[in-house]
Ligand binder design. Structure first.
Ligand SMILES: *Cc1c(COP(=O)(O)O)cnc(C)c1O
Length: 357
């Protein structure tokens, strides 16, 4: 059967060869006569996979040695809480509000002290990334969201903040080069660019980790995961296995810079249709803040958008409706979405415009 043109926002497309490899060895991992999901997380086979996954991450993202790499369950949403529980240790915590996810992160911080908006893009319906921010005295950290999955904006680059920086990279991790040393804590739910839902990749600076609140339940402490190599309890073995396969695939594609170039080319194909449509398609994000992962746009009316999504679905395009909270249309072009899918969508968009303008 033909693969769908999958533009889902998350969970989302995985590389076909990763799926096929996983399928081929599903009942017999590394000649053990067992599936990876049937064996002990303390077995030598699993340990090898666990260590290799971390070293691939270190290599591909150039993660400095003074950073821990952790695998934690509970999704990005639990990180909103965990980041604040561990690091909201002063009077206040700063959040840059660039949309739904940063707002949700900020709501969790309020359980641990005051949280304030150091900047917000709410005045223009989150169509840009604020370039100015105001930090108040006694601020524990600033929290940012590198890519705003719902609104389709992405930080083009990151300012140097005067306080520790926590970044939610759930929807653009490994899609482009970032300087890990610019951040004190990075977290990313796996289900957009890495693996199935069920694991979050966490990268934390060791010296920052030492400043974490000590009086917390065991499973809420990053330290528990760091001290036990993410094996204090059973890790989500299958998800980590899938991350491993995706990392091998990224490496084969030429690494993060090559992937970034490919992503830019993919996104351009669709943005070009929007920009050359004479306003038939209206891009939501301001150009310099456009996401290369989530392309958001509107048509003249919600009825027309509904029709566009329905006709798109009939033509084989999955997941092109906007987020339920904001409407409109959205094509998510994560790492694993092939360029052919973007070309096909661009063709469909042109054709739809010809028939409806
Ligand atoms: C999807 C997403 C989340 C939420 O992830 P869950 O794993 O569903 O909790 C958080 N932040 C961003 C930026 C996201 O795209």
């Amino acid at each position: 059967m033909k693969r769908a043109y999958n533009f889902n926002a998350g969970p989302s497309a995985m590389p076909l060869e990763v799926l096929e490899e996983a399928q081929a060895e599903f009942t017999n991992y590394a000649n053990t006569g067992m599936s990876i999901i049937e064996m002990s997380h303390r077995s030598p086979e699993y340990d090898k996979l666990h260590q290799e996954t971390k070293s691939l991450l270190r290599e591909l993202m150039e993660i400095p040695e003074d950073y821990e790499i952790l695998f934690i369950q509970g999704g990005g949403s639990t990180q909103f809480l965990m980041a604040a529980a561990n690091f909201h240790t002063k009077a206040k915590a700063a959040y840059i509000n660039t949309g739904v996810w940063s707002k949700k992160a900020m709501a969790e911080a309020k359980f641990f002290g005051e949280a304030y908006e150091a900047a917000s893009s709410a005045d223009k319906n989150h169509s840009y990334i604020p370039q100015e921010y105001a930090l108040q005295p006694d601020t524990s950290y600033v929290h940012i969201t590198s890519n705003n999955t719902i609104y389709g904006t992405e930080w083009p680059n990151f300012p140097k903040f005067e306080v520790p920086v926590i970044c939610d990279m759930s929807s653009d991790i490994l899609s482009r080069r970032v300087n890990v040393a610019d951040f004190d804590l990075i977290y990313a739910g796996a289900q957009k660019n890495l693996a199935p839902a069920g694991v979050v990749l966490v990268i934390v600076k060791k010296s920052f980790l030492e400043t974490a609140r000590a009086e917390l339940p065991t499973m809420l402490k990053y330290k528990t995961f760091a001290d036990n190599d993410s094996l204090y309890n059973t890790p989500p073995v299958f998800c980590i296995y899938m991350i491993n396969k995706t990392l091998h695939w990224i490496k084969k594609m030429g690494g993060v810079d090559a992937i970034a170039e490919h992503n830019a080319a993919k996104a351009k194909i669709i943005y070009d249709v929007i920009d050359n449509s004479n306003g038939f398609y209206k891009g939501h994000a301001e150009k310099e803040y456009r996401s290369k992962m989530n392309i958001t746009f509107n048509l003249a009316t919600p009825e027309m958008e509904k029709d566009f999504v329905a006709k798109g679905k009939a033509a084989g395009f999955v997941g092109i409706g906007g987020h339920r909270l904001v409407g409109g249309c959205r094509a998510s072009t994560y790492n694993a979405v092939p360029i052919e899918a973007c070309e096909a969508l661009a063709e469909f968009m042109k054709q739809y415009m010809e028939e409806h303008k």
